[in-house]
Design a protein around this ligand. Structure first.
Ligand code: BG6
Length: 464
């Protein structure tokens, strides 16, 4: 199906995600004239439409304060509200009546995955899906088997070309820039391979803990929460071959090829951690062995990348909130300047945010003076990210227009689960680490031979 969706139905309208991300994205889409004429919020909160509109107003005030009152009110006016149980057929019959003449609605399931099946079935049973698009939020399953099952359920309702799996990371501007930077600069191509690159590191460090999401997080852990999706997909962008053209199919095909070539994780190349104090968080199970930190090594078994170790690290309650990629080049083969070259001096560093987006080119340059002795320098491009377009605005706009480029395909989701599936064991060693550190010391050994982890720096304090 091509064309623009003519109605937008948000399941989970009273939820956290709607309040934090979705309404502000819709507000911005309203401002740019990109929204369908009719919007519906569905929830089981006992609300009337005015309560939904009040929630939209307060959400926009908090998350998109720059939007003027006319836009906010126009958005509120477009929204209708439907109160009902997601398991009750009556809800869907009422929805069908309210949708009336709509021929191409977009249904957004911003609800717990345990409800996907029921909602999808009832949408189909009430003849609402013939021409519909469906957006689903992560997590897409808990492991490979459940992801396959979920895909089967959803694809029984709409075909793959009308199914939009959101991974908001893929809509982030600095992540999109990875694709752009790679393929818009011809100087990269000759060196972007295992002949010149020593290792790749991706660190997603978050200073905050699990806070009010503890009950959800405790069922999930760092591997499922961010590695299987955000970080493996970011890696696929960094490593993919140039797509044959700019279409969604070509892009998705190349990313999926990389996901399929990433080596499945093995137990002795992964270190899990849990921050001290995690067990006392409200909602965490007693004696929980859920990891709030993970560090791992893998590789990409393709002609271009075989032999280049890839290190991925993610955690909560670490020293800083920053996501960085370091692509480290090999050392020059011999030194001709009377000093041994340290490893890791030549690199490209991508800081993906938040707040600051950077591209740094690491080099060595001669220190002023009579001796041929050098020092590390970095050529840096930096931009503050304040006021940046939120990924949800981009992604929802794309879904409304039917553009799947930035959404995850069934093949890609399953390939990424295949990578992490072998290490999703309930019983595994877990190391404590103090909040504010960079995780347990055990993670250091993984990267020791490659000069250690690169820690993102805090520009304010100069510390890492
Ligand atoms: C979410 C994870 O998908 O991504 C969170 O569930 C994580 O645990 C978040 O904090 C990070 O995304 P962002 O856009 O806030 O950097």
């Amino acid at each position: 199906m091509t064309g623009v969706s003519d109605a937008f139905v948000l399941f989970g309208a009273s939820g956290d995600l709607a309040e934090k991300k979705i309404f502000s994205a819709l507000g911005r889409l309203e401002a740019s004239g990109a929204l369908p004429p009719r919007l519906f919020g569905v929830a089981k909160s006992g609300w009337q439409v005015e309560q939904l509109r009040d929630r939209i107003r307060s959400s926009l005030k908090a998350h998109a304060p720059d939007l003027g009152a006319p836009v906010v009110e126009a958005l509120c006016r477009k929204f209708d509200y439907l109160d009902g149980d997601y398991r009750d057929e009556k809800t869907f019959k009422t929805l069908a009546t309210q949708l009336g003449q709509s021929v191409a609605p977009l249904f957004y399931l911003a609800i717990p995955p345990s409800l996907f099946g029921s909602v999808a079935d009832l949408l189909k049973k009430n003849h609402l899906t013939q021409n519909a698009r469906l957006i689903v939020e992560k997590p897409f399953g808990r492991d490979l088997a459940s992801a396959i099952e979920l895909n089967r359920t959803l694809l029984g309702i709409v075909p793959e070309e009308r199914l939009f799996r959101i991974d908001h990371y893929l809509g982030k501007d600095p992540v999109l820039n990875l694709v752009y930077f790679r393929f818009a600069n011809s100087f990269l191509e000759p060196v972007w391979n295992n002949r010149y690159i020593d290792n790749i590191q991706i660190t997603m460090s978050e200073k905050f803990g699990v806070a009010d999401r503890a009950a959800f997080y405790d069922e999930v852990g760092a591997v499922r929460d961010v590695v299987q999706n955000h970080l493996l997909h970011t890696l696929s962008i960094l490593a993919m071959e140039p797509p044959i053209n700019a279409t969604a199919e070509a892009n998705r095909e190349e990313k999926t090829k990389i996901l399929k070539a990433i080596s499945p994780l093995v137990e002795n190349r992964i270190v899990r951690g849990q921050y001290q104090g995690y067990l006392a968080e409200k909602g965490v199970r007693p004696h929980s062995a859920t990891e709030t930190f993970v560090a791992l090594e893998t590789s990409i078994e393709t002609w271009r990348w075989s032999g280049v170790p890839v290190f991925i690290r993610a955690g909560k309650c670490l020293a800083i909130t920053a996501t960085e990629i370091m692509v480290q080049f090999k050392k020059p083969p011999i030194s001709v300047t009377h000093e041994p070259f340290p490893p890791g001096a030549n690199y490209i560093r991508f800081r993906l945010g938040p707040d600051r987006v950077e591209i740094g080119l690491g080099a060595r340059a001669k220190r002023p003076g009579p001796t041929m002795v050098g020092q590390p320098i970095e050529l840096l491009v930096m931009r503050n990210q304040a006021g940046e377009e939120e990924p949800y605005e981009l992604l929802l706009g794309d879904a409304i227009r039917g553009d799947q480029n930035l959404f995850t395909s069934q093949e890609a989701v399953e390939a990424a689960w295949r990578v992490v599936d072998p290490i999703l064991k309930p019983e595994h060693p877990i190391y404590e680490y103090p909040a504010g550190s960079m995780g347990p010391g055990e993670a250091e050994a993984l990267v020791a031979q490659h000069g250690g982890w690169h820690n993102p720096k805090d520009p304010a304090s100069g510390t890492s």
